[in-house]
Structure formats: C-alpha cells, structure tokens
Design a protein around this ligand. Structure first.
Ligand SMILES: [Zn+2]
Length: 460
C-alpha cells in the first residue's frame, strides 16, 4: 500500500527515541568489527540512509483509531507522540458531564473533534482527522486507505462489525490469500481494573468471532428481584429502566431510553431514588445510573493507559518491523496485585466470520422458525442481535423474518410460528442471515435431522 509523503526531522532529537529501536540491527555491530575504520564510515552513512528511509516510510503510515473515549484518547496521544502523523479517529459520541475526567469544558461537542484538535495543537506535524460518525456509516473504500486499524471500543457489536469489514476486504486468488489485502487490526479493551490487547491479522490469525465465547452475555438481573425484592441501587435503576420507563413514557409514546441523552439519564437517576428510599437502599449516583443504563463499568485511567500503551507498541512494531508483533492476546489484571499473561488465541476452523466454511444448521423439518432465530441469537459462537433471515424459494428471494424494519417485522412475524417444512424449506436449503454484528451476510446450510431426534444444532 502506498504511503503519503511527509517531512521528517522537524526538530532536533525528534526521532532519537525511535532511533534506539530501529538502529538495533546487530549486523552493523558485526560489520564494524570485521571491516576497517575506513569502510565503517561508509556503513554509518548507509545506516543513516536506511534509518531515514525506515522512519520516513513507517511514520507516514495511515492509522485509524476507532473510539475517542478513555482508551481512544490515550491511543491518539501515544501514536502522535511516537511519531505517526496521519491519523484518523472515528467516534459517534458527544461529550457529556460524566466524561469530564477526559475532556474539560467541551460538553456537547463531538469527542472525536475535541481529541483531534487537542493533538493537532500539541504535536507539531501531526494531522489527526476526526469523524463524528458511526463506523457503519463508512464503506469499504474508507477502510481500505488505512495501513493499521486500532480499536479502543467498549462495544462488542462494533468490534465484530470492524472485524467483518476487514474480512470483506481480503482478496483471494485460487483460494490463496493475497497478503497485501490484509489490514492488521489491533484491539484494546478495558473493564475496570482488567484489560486486554490483541493483534489480529484478518484471514490469517484468530478474529473476534473466532473467540466470541470469551465474551459472556451481558449480566442481567432476574426480574423477580428487580420487581419485588431489590437489594442494590442497580436493582432500582433496572426497575425504572425496564418497567417504569415504558409505563410512564416520560418523553412521549415512541421515545426509547437513550443512554447518551442527559435528560433521559437524569430521569432514570431521579426515579429510582424514591424506590431505593422505600427499600432502604443507598448508594445510587448519576454515574452509577449511567453505567447501568449504558451497561458500562466506570473506566480506570491507569488500566486505559496500560492497554493503550500496549496497543500503540504493537502499531509501532508492525509499522517499523522493529520486533515481532504480539502473538496474539495479552491479558492484564490489576484488581489484586498485578497480573499479565500472553497467549495465542487460536483460529476457529468453522468461524462464521473468517473460515469461509458454510455453517450448518441442524433442525428437524418440524422445528419452528422461532427456534432457528433463538439459536442464532443465543449460541455462544454466533451471538447475533437481530438476525434477518432470507431464503431463495422457487427462484424467488424471500424474507422469512426481518426485525429491524417495523412494517416488515409485522408482515413476517407469522412465519416465526410456522415450521421449516410449512415455510417450504428443504434439506440442504441455504439460508442467508444478515445482522448488525457483521457487514457481510452469513450463509447457513439447513440440514434436516430425523423427527425422532431431539433438536440438535451443530456448526459444521
Ligand atoms: Zn474468525
């Protein structure tokens, strides 16, 4: 991939920190030992030329940082100070009051804009381009321009979406992957005092979906506790979020709860206080309310700093070839003491995202479409959110169920109660499933099992 030109050596000592890594090549040492002083001076000049080229090439790589929150801002700062000059940042959120530990006096402005402005002012020569948009708003041509993509996201769906996008950019010739189509993907993730960093080479090493079982379903509280015997402030907040919001409709009939809308969060913060008082529960705060509503755990700055440093180091290693990249999963935990561990997450042969192996769905013909839908959302390896199922029946492409468009959902809802046979599906029928977790359609092959067998779902 071509790199944009840039001017280096802009102030004295600008590259001395990276020189220490890039000049480590042992060959120079041996050359100095075995050749005369006369020749060594030539090698010094040659070495300087190689170094200059290496810096010029590596630090002009175009980097995309996804997320401009606690982790994303650390990443931007680390990359800019390391010397990378062409950085884009994508973030769809605006700054609210609870973000004031990372941004000051900029409430209401897009995080990406504020972060980019700050870096551009503080690091001469660095050009950070902000995008106040969702990652799903960009097409393949946008992602194709980058040499490395780094994610500092708290959303698994967004990570899977990027993963799917980069997998869709891979090109194969006679079944052989073209290495130039690979864009390395580096993920950072933090949760309180725990964090992880990982390096993925799409199509070559484990992708996010290969290790989806590592992400357990989000914890929910049993409805009986929420409704009748709350013990924690979280239970009271959940009560208001799950039940009272829909009953009271504080912002009108069709307005759903938006965790990024301060007025909504304020309402959800105030209401549980009454319920908490009734059950003698204390400890509710605005910040906790927002955490429960958005399902987030308050960020710990030191964890973000460690994980961002690990991710930025991987970008540096890949861009400069200074050292072999992380292989491929780093775990960090400082809940009690300090613990860190690296292991190689393995690629899954039948990964629905990267294996290129058709997925199998085993159901008896009498199984209902609802059961297929539940399997797609509940299976630990798939964890789809709102799958839309289509099939080609008698040459016509037919939508069996689609949840995201209300009118189509209403029209296709009766199909959920129909059996696969009643829907006209046959053994070895191909089902195309689209979902928010991936920009690509996932294809499944239906394998009818005998009616006497218990329902068994097997992925190839
Ligand atoms: Zn995979």
């Amino acid at each position: 991939m071509a790199v944009e030109g840039c001017c280096i050596g802009d102030w004295k000592g600008r590259w001395s920190h990276v020189q220490k890594f890039l000049e480590r090549t042992e060959i120079y040492v041996y050359l100095f030992i075995y050749f005369s002083i006369f020749f060594s001076s030539c090698f010094v000049i040659f070495g300087q030329f190689v170094l200059h080229f290496k810096i010029h090439y590596s630090f002009c790589w175009k980097i995309l940082v996804i997320g401009a929150g606690g982790l994303g801002c650390e990443l931007l700062k680390n990359l800019a100070l390391s010397g990378f000059r062409h950085i884009h940042v994508v973030d769809m959120y605006i700054i609210d009051v609870s973000n004031l530990n990372s941004f000051s006096l900029d409430v209401g402005r897009p995080k990406a804009d504020v972060a980019a402005e700050f870096i551009n002012q503080r690091v001469p020569g660095c050009n950070v381009v902000p995008h106040f948009q969702k990652i799903q708003d960009f097409d393949a041509s946008f992602y194709r321009q980058f040499h490395i993509i780094v994610c500092g996201l708290d959303s698994i769906i967004a990570r899977r979406c990027i993963n799917g996008m980069l997998l869709s950019l891979l090109s194969y010739e006679d079944g052989v992957l073209d290495p130039s189509s690979i864009i390395p993907l580096i993920y950072g993730g933090t949760e309180g005092f725990k964090g992880n960093a990982r390096v993925s080479l799409p199509g070559m090493t484990a992708c996010i979906d290969c290790t989806l079982e590592l992400y357990p379903p989000q914890i929910t509280f049993p409805m009986c506790i929420i409704a009748s015997m709350p013990r924690l402030p979280e239970h009271c907040i959940e009560y208001v979020r799950v039940l009272q919001w829909f009953k009271d409709k504080p912002f009108g009939d069709a307005v759903g709860l938006d965790g990024d809308n301060p007025e909504h969060v304020q309402w959800v913060f105030q209401e549980p206080l009454k319920r908490a008082a009734e059950f003698n529960i204390t400890g509710d705060t605005y910040r906790l309310t927002q955490g429960v509503v958005k399902r987030i755990i308050p960020a710990v700055a030191s964890t973000n700093a460690v994980i961002a440093a690990a991710c930025a180091t991987e970008v540096f290693k890949i861009a400069t070839s200074a050292y072999i990249p992380l292989n491929n999963y780093l775990v960090f935990n400082d809940v009690a003491g300090l613990y860190t561990y690296t292991f190689e997450a393995e690629r899954k042969d039948n990964c629905s995202a990267c294996s290129q192996v058709p997925q199998k769905l085993q159901f008896p013909p009498s199984a209902k479409l609802q059961e297929v839908l539940e399997y797609l959302t509940e299976n630990a390896s798939l964890q789809m959110k709102s799958p839309a199922i289509t099939a080609t029946l008698e040459g016509i492409n037919k939508t069996l169920y689609l949840q995201t468009v209300a009118s189509i959902e209403e029209r296709t809802r009766p199909n959920l109660c129909k059996t696969l046979k009643e829907l006209g599906l046959a053994d070895r029928q191909e089902l195309a499933v689209a979902d928010v977790t991936t920009p690509q359609t996932v294809f499944f092959k239906l394998n009818f099992t005998s009616e006497t067998c218990s329902i068994k779902h097997v992925q190839n």
